[in-house]
Ligand binder design. Structure first.
Ligand SMILES: [Zn+2]
Length: 288
């Protein structure tokens, strides 16, 4: 306890000493909302963080404008996911060559599973991402490094608790019931972590409308496996999933890949979104 109080005192002292003078706050950019949320948690208000993909926009097919690139030019760091999540990253890197922007890829150090970029849907991967964010923030803003470290430790506790919660709920579901039908193939890491099988109507990039034969295939799968609920996403039109649900005689539930809030002014936090996802999975895996 004494150690914690000393740490807090030191943080207050450092903050009070004006280490973070006006204008000295780290200027951080994140490519899309999940990374914005993680960076905000670690910075705890000590950095200016700007998110690139606007609310209500599906990040896979978003492209930065010339204005976005100009703004990015005075960032110290851009945190991006990598693995193809930001199709525009090479172009932006090339156009900002010679600038001081530090491009930091947050999928670094994470065990990759094929070409699926949705690494953050396994809470334990988020710990690695937050570690990278913490190290980078501490490097550019040494005076607050202790504070960032405390925030990182708090994040780890939350993420471990979330993982434990998922395990306890999903472990109670018989293996043959752990099947989810989703719109875009975003849940590979989530499914791998908790032994769930994912059947996706569209591909990894949420880009394509399924063919009539693919729809029929999915409908047959739902019937054969006695699936009561299938999942749609709020950033995509529910039309296709509704059609499938109508044909298969099942119901729709939302599942959120945490790629961004539906609108400005409705901030979301990773743990609560993932807890809501777990509630919906529980409902889908249940007998009702
Ligand atoms: Zn996605």
């Amino acid at each position: 306890m004494k150690k914690i109080i000393t740490a807090i005192a030191l943080v207050l002292l450092l903050a009070g000493c004006g280490v973070n003078k006006m204008g000295d706050r780290p200027r951080i950019y994140t490519s899309f909302y999940a990374l914005y949320d993680f960076a905000s948690d670690i910075s705890g208000g000590m950095a200016d963080i700007y998110n690139m993909v606007p609310a209500g926009t599906e990040p896979h097919d978003w492209e930065p404008t010339v204005q976005d690139m100009a703004r990015l030019n005075d960032a110290e760091v851009l945190f991006y996911n990598g693995m193809g999540m930001e199709g525009w990253i090479d172009k932006v890197k090339a156009s900002l060559e010679g600038s001081d922007v530090d491009f930091v890829e947050l999928s670094e150090g994470i065990e990759k599973k094929g070409s699926d970029p949705h690494i953050w849907l396994d809470p334990l991967n988020v710990k690695t991402m937050c570690r990278t964010i913490t190290d980078k923030l501490s490097y550019i803003d040494v005076g607050n490094s202790l504070y960032y470290e405390e925030n990182y430790n708090a994040c780890v506790l939350k993420l471990d608790a979330l993982d434990k919660k998922y395990r306890s709920v999903i472990d109670a579901v018989p293996k043959e019931k752990r099947k989810i039908v989703v719109s875009h193939e975003a849940y590979g890491y989530l499914c791998d972590a908790y032994g769930i099988e994912q059947i996706a109507v569209e591909g990894i990039g949420a880009e394509s409308e399924p063919s009539p034969s693919r729809v029929e295939e999915i409908v047959n799968y739902i019937k054969a496996n006695d699936i009561k609920y299938i999942f749609y996403e709020k950033l995509a039109s529910p039309k296709v999933m509704q059609t499938i649900a109508d044909e298969a005689g099942c119901r729709l539930l939302p599942l959120d890949p945490f790629e961004g809030p539906a609108s400005e002014g409705s901030p979301e936090d990773y743990v609560s979104v993932m807890e809501q996802n777990l509630e919906n999975l529980k409902l889908a895996f249940g007998d009702e």
